[in-house]
Every structure is written in structure tokens, then in C-alpha cells.
Design a protein around this ligand. Structure first.
Ligand code: PMP
Length: 415
């Protein structure tokens, strides 16, 4: 495996601890990623030396805080290859960005009889805002299904996206099945019928290089905390001309040009969408996370995770006691693997793995319609990131073996 990437472990002191007397193996990265020291240090530095509100004062600290906040925006702009920094809106996270779009673009552009197309693998944050918008507007919400291999069915996509479609909103990568969706093809299908494409990038941007211009997406939402940044900060990228046409999401300080007694006008992008005091430290920390990932290189990150999946997935697929959901071909898989140990509830499985120091997630992963589609109530999920090693994978496999023995014969050292 790529040693350059593996050598980052010292940057993550949180990983260097014992859980239930075992070495911690953190495999819940799809929920949130750990933060390297440089990110937490940049938060400290901001609060210890530069803390002030942005865009308000002319004093030195306010200027420093504003410069750092806007520098973070430029870093994000370069990271996703947006055309201009004004297309990068800071949000609370993916959920916030998608809700903003439903409440602004959706509210303005969806009318009775229009269609919104999503997929059956969407996280609730890319489902409920559209479902509720469709209810409010008497529009129709359609779902693209999956192929037998657990990939998005492009034949179904072409059938569902029609000249009634106004919005297509799709995850770049599934938070359950590890499927990576062909966003460029979907963007073409959407644009051919005059619809826009919105991408939920929460599970893609931490792991693969994303170029919003090459993908030709209209909006791309993501969260800082899954890419090693702080919680409570995220980004909504949007094409300038679309953002320009949209009404503000919230009203208040920072987003106005002039306020009169009976009317107001709005300031320019991106600040039109950043009402009130923002998560300034969070944005700066996200900028540092972007620097960190850029230094390592997203190609190296993707390659490292691919090596983990190449090593692990075939072993899980070959095990008769384990059911794997999503593509079985490692080449078509991100570092998110949903699985069940047959006959064992995933919560019991996750608890048993925790006894061995292995942190995985169990539940419906905020994707209940997908669970229903797959015919399961819940699954366990192991999700990897650049600091995970082959040793982590082996510990996970050993813990799975111990767990199987415990449930079959009650003989594991599971405590
Ligand atoms: N979409 C996907 C695919 C996700 O995995 C998540 C987080 N689990 C979200 C959206 C929501 O992200 P957040 O909670 O950071 O807003």
C-alpha cells in the first residue's frame, strides 16, 4: 500500500488509543472523519490570535479573520475547480446545502406537474427536502432504481428523466453501498431535457478528486467533517448564473445591500447566501483540511482506499456467513462497505466488534427507502479513510471471525 499515505497516522493522535483493551480501529469514516493535528491547530490559532467577526470591522483582527475566511473559500474553489470563489457558499454541511436549494431554487422553479428525479440510494438529506417540496408544489418525485449489481440503473435513469423533469439530484457516492455514480452521464441526461443537476457529494469529495466544471454539475453540496475538517461547516457550490437568480435562503446581517423600512436589496455572491455570523473558525479549519488533502494528493488518497477495498471486499464476498450489499467488484466500489453477518442483528454485530476495538456503524444509515429496496431493516457498515492500514483491515477480519465464533459457539474472547 502507498506508504506516503500510510505514514500520516502520527497526524491523528485520536487513533492512538485502546478501546475495550484493544487497539482502536476506526472504521466509521462515512459518519465522520478524524481530524489531523494541523486542522485542530488552525482552530486554536484562530481563536488564540485572530478571533474577530468578518466583513465588519476595519480593525486589524477583523481584517485578519476576514482574510483567513476568504482564503479558505479560495482553497475550496481550487480544490473543486470552481470557476470563481463567489460560487463557493459556506453552509453548515450537506444537509444545509440541499435544504437551501429546495427552499430557494426548488421553491422558485418547481410548479404543479413538474418532476424531480432522485435515486433509491439517496441519504435522507437528499430525499426529504425534495419529497417535501414535491408535496408543497404538487410535483412528482421519481426514483431511479438499481441494477442487480447494486449500481445506478442508467437505462432507468434515461427513462425517468423526461421533459417534465426540472431537477435531478443524485449522490456522487452512496453512503451505504459504496457505489460511485456516473455524474457526468447523469448531468448530460438532465441538461438534454433542460433540467439542472444537483449532486450530494458528501461521500465522494473526501475520497476522490472532484472537478465541478468537468462534471458539468449545477450544484454540488458537501460537508467539512467527512473530509477531516470541523463539524458544522460545509459547502454548496453553484454555477454563478443560477445562484444569481436564486432568492436568499435566510435574511439578516451580512447579506444585504440596502435595507429600507419596507424593502431590502441583497449583496453580491457569495455573501447573499451567508446571512448572520458564519462558522468562521470552521471555514478556516476546512481550508486547512483542504490543504492537508491537497498535499497528500487526492489521487494517492483514492489509490490507497482502492487498495484496501481490493484486499478486503473479495474476502467478505467469499464468506458464506456474510452478506455484502452493493457492487461486488472492488473496482466499482468506494471505501464504504455495507454488510450483515447472517442471522445476527447488525447492532449486536457492531457491539461485538466494538468489544474488539473495531468501530463500525450499524443501522439504516439515513437511507430507509434503500433498506426497504434491499429487503433489510439495517446493515453494519465499515468505512475506510486514508489513515486506515492493512493492519486495520486484518484486525477487522479477525474481529469478525471472533464475533462469528462467539455467536455460533459462545467461545470468542468477546467480552
Ligand atoms: N449525504 C450523504 C451521502 C451522507 O453520507 C451524509 C452524511 N451521512 C449526508 C448527506 C448528510 O451530511 P451532514 O450530516 O454532514 O449534513
Amino acid at each position: 500500500m502507498d506508504t506516503k499515505v500510510i505514514n500520516v497516522q502520527a497526524d491523528f493522535p485520536i487513533l492512538n488509543q485502546q478501546v475495550n483493551d484493544e487497539r482502536l480501529v476506526y472504521l466509521d469514516n462515512a459518519a465522520t472523519a478524524q481530524k489531523p493535528l494541523v486542522v485542530t491547530e488552525s482552530l486554536d490559532k484562530f481563536y488564540h490570535t485572530d478571533n474577530a467577526n468578518v466583513h465588519r470591522g476595519v480593525h486589524t483582527l477583523a481584517e485578519r479573520a476576514t482574510a483567513a475566511y476568504e482564503a479558505a473559500r479560495s482553497k475550496v474553489k481550487n480544490f473543486i475547480n470552481a470557476n470563481e470563489a463567489a460560487e463557493v457558499i459556506f453552509t453548515k454541511g450537506t444537509t444545509d446545502g440541499l435544504n437551501m436549494l429546495a427552499s430557494t431554487y426548488g421553491e422558485q422553479n418547481i410548479h404543479e406537474g413538474d418532476e424531480i428525479v432522485i435515486s433509491i440510494m439517496e441519504h435522507h438529506s437528499n430525499l426529504i427536502p425534495w419529497q417535501q417540496l414535491a408535496i408543497r408544489k404538487h410535483a412528482t418525485l421519481k426514483y431511479i432504481g438499481l441494477t442487480a449489481e447494486g449500481e445506478l440503473d442508467l437505462v432507468d435513469a434515461a427513462a425517468k428523466i423526461t421533459n417534465r423533469t426540472k431537477i435531478v439530484s443524485i449522490a456522487h457516492a452512496s453512503n451505504v453501498m459504496g457505489t460511485i455514480n456516473p455524474i457526468k452521464e447523469l448531468a448530460n441526461l438532465a441538461h438534454e431535457v433542460g433540467a439542472i443537476i444537483i449532486v450530494d457529494g458528501a461521500q465522494a469529495i473526501p475520497h476522490i478528486a472532484v472537478d465541478v466544471q468537468k462534471l458539468d454539475v449545477d450544484f454540488y453540496a458537501f460537508s467539512g467533517h467527512k473530509m477531516m475538517g470541523p463539524t458544522g461547516i460545509g459547502v454548496l457550490y453553484g454555477k454563478h448564473e443560477l445562484l444569481d437568480q436564486m432568492n436568499p435562503y435566510q435574511f439578516g446581517g451580512e447579506m444585504i445591500d440596502f435595507v429600507y423600512q419596507q424593502k431590502s436589496t441583497w449583496t453580491q455572491l457569495p455573501w447573499k447566501f451567508e446571512a448572520g455570523t458564519q462558522n468562521i473558525a470552521g471555514a478556516i479549519g476546512l481550508g486547512t483540511a483542504v490543504d492537508y488533502l491537497t498535499d497528500i494528493g487526492m489521487e494517492s488518497v483514492a489509490q490507497h482506499e482502492q487498495q484496501i477495498v481490493d484486499y478486503l471486499l473479495p474476502k467478505l464476498v467469499a464468506d458464506d456467513a456474510i452478506e455484502v450489499y452493493g457492487p461486488k467488484n472492488p473496482q466499482k466500489h468506494s471505501g464504504v462497505i455495507a454488510f450483515n453477518l447472517k442471522g445476527i442483528h447488525p447492532h449486536d454485530l457492531a457491539t461485538a466488534l466494538d468489544m474488539e476495538g473495531v468501530a463500525v456503524r450499524a443501522g439504516h444509515h439515513c437511507a430507509q427507502p434503500l433498506m426497504e429496496y434491499l429487503g433489510v431493516v439495517a446493515t453494519a457498515r465499515a468505512s475506510f479513510y486514508l489513515y486506515n492500514t492493512k493492519e486495520d483491515v486484518d484486525s477487522f477480519l479477525n474481529a469478525l471471525t471472533e464475533t462469528k465464533e462467539f455467536f455460533n459457539h459462545g467461545t470468542s474472547k468477546a467480552k
